[in-house]
Write a protein that binds this ligand. Structure first.
Ligand code: BG6
Ligand code: MG
Length: 215
């Protein structure tokens, strides 16, 4: 399969780099402190979902109701733990496969951008040595509606100046595949629950498989 497009919008967490374990560790610390059961299977449901929506999923198992102010304190507490863990990331956390594929896509003339729900996007890109690499970034700080709403991808396409129909999105989350399709884009699934979710246009076998489908 060959896909004729002008821009590639990448999800960050779970596509460019793997922060799942840090998200899990930070949410687990919060859930344990609150006495709420949390495991890796529940963590999988947080993929692509905003910070507050993630907390709401964790609180499904809580035995009491919390106020909005308490919830904001909890997400801030989780984020402080998460940011400490992110400090461990270095350019060694960016694989050669991802790096070489990005460089080759740029050589082929594609505009490259990020469309992530994370408010920590710029910090993570800096940690892994991709600060300033992408043509544009749209992230959790730009949006009011998280994936599966298409907002983050539409902002990314708008910032890059390319029509949504000429964009492909690379995603590891079903919420992200839904967002890409809702935005009128071509959705490529890589890893995670995006793969074989039934809504994707194509399943990538690996990150570098992008070089087979994008001429
Ligand atoms: C997404 C992750 O990229 O960002 C989610 O897949 C996360 O798990 C969301 O909840 C928001 O991230 P952050 O860094 O703003 O808490
Ligand atoms: Mg993701």
């Amino acid at each position: 399969m060959k896909i004729e497009k002008k821009a590639v919008i990448f999800d960050l967490d779970g596509v460019i780099c793997f922060t799942d374990k840090y998200h899990y560790e930070a949410w687990k610390a919060l859930a344990d402190r609150l006495g709420i059961y949390f495991d890796e299977k529940i963590n999988d449901r947080l993929r692509g979902v905003s910070r507050m929506a993630s907390l709401e999923i964790i609180l499904e198992r809580a035995t009491k109701e919390y106020t909005q102010t308490e919830k904001e304190t909890f997400t801030a507490e989780k984020n402080d733990i998460y940011r400490e863990l992110l400090k461990k990331m270095t350019p060694a956390d960016l694989s050669d496969e991802v790096k070489d594929t990005l460089v080759e896509l740029r050589r082929r003339g594609y505009k490259l951008s990020i469309g992530s729900s994370s408010k920590n996007t710029k910090f993570i890109l800096k940690q892994i040595g991709l600060d300033g690499f992408f043509d544009v970034i749209a992230d959790g700080t730009d949006i009011t509606h998280s994936k599966p709403d298409p907002e983050v991808f539409l902002i990314s396409a708008q910032k890059i100046g390319i029509d949504p129909v000429d964009c492909v999105v690379v995603e590891d989350a079903t919420a992200g595949i839904k967002a890409a399709k809702a935005g009128g884009m071509t959705a490529l699934a890589l890893f995670g629950d995006a793969k074989d979710c039934g809504l994707e246009d194509y399943n990538l076998t690996s990150f570098s498989d992008l070089l087979n489908v994008l001429p």
